[in-house]
Design a binder for this molecule. Sequence first.
Ligand code: SF4
Ligand code: SF4
Length: 352
Amino acid sequence: MESYFLPAERLGEFVGHLAKFGKIYRCEQTESGPRIKLVQEKDYGEWNFPAVRTDEPAKYLFIKAKRKIAEYFDDKWRKITIEEEPKVIIGLKGCDLAAIKIWDKVFREDEQYKDPFYIAARENALLVGADCTGITPYCFCNLLGNGPYPAEGEFDLSLSPVEGGFVLFVGTERGKKALEGFSLSPAPAEALQKIESRRRELARKLDEQNAKYKTDTSWRELVEKNPDSPAWAKHGATCVACAACTYVCPTCFCFQIYDTVRPDGKYERFIALDSCKYPRFSFMAGGLNPRGKLVERFKHRYNHKFFHYHWRYEIYACTGCGRCIENCMGAIDMRETLKSVEVMKETAKTEA
Ligand code: SF4
Ligand code: SF4
């Protein structure tokens, strides 16, 4: 992979160069934690580099929590014109880039579910990744086969901090084109070695942190084959259906579509983010609700991420970012739930 050295004093110039391709959004360490910020020109050269992924997922740069998708005027439905402002998103960690790939599988690549709004936002965004330089107690990307750095094929450009600046990796043709007209020297071998050893050290820390959650059986098999495990009720017992886990999740995409009538008699159709944790999410005409019980909704989220999504796209719909653990009102840890399904399965075998 092509790599260059970007001296710290040229950061502002570099970001200014990228600003030709869209508004600059950047993951920044702020007083309230790592956050995604819209960056003003005067701040291009000042980057408080965050060690870990931001509190909020990047999905809100690609979708709106609520958006009008059609209007019913003059006795016919009229599509909305799609206008997406170009964006450059700098500093996305490996788990958030992996989440974009997960969304792409559904809303960009699957003929059945292609979403023109998502595609427009996605294709108007230049993705600039960044290495993690630390981990949180909630991170478990390693259990999903990911690492604490942007994976090849998931970023256009990527930055890894080193002494005196950054190593800039070029991931796609688009990234290469974006660099045209901005000359840099190749990255020194010593800087690349240091990045490698930092990546190895962080991967070792993640392995150590998550060793106790490793399972012998794949998560797909655990979820698919154990729908009646007592682990679901045990771990779901403290869930209060607040839906925080789904709103902070970079891969959750449950939505609803509804129509409203305006005072002038015209109709409008909206799409809005929803959550499978809400009691009425699966409510059907006729009054049937297959997931009326909280435990069923709790289990459904695991089913979606580790069984159904894997069955259809052969990857898990989870990146191990740990936001759902960090923000859960019920102190529920997805890693513990999955481990428990395995442990309880083994206990039941021994008792039989
Ligand atoms: S964040 Fe926790 S308590 Fe809230 S819905 Fe999700 S699992 Fe339940
Ligand atoms: S399920 Fe939890 S750990 Fe997995 S991607 Fe969503 S928020 Fe992150």
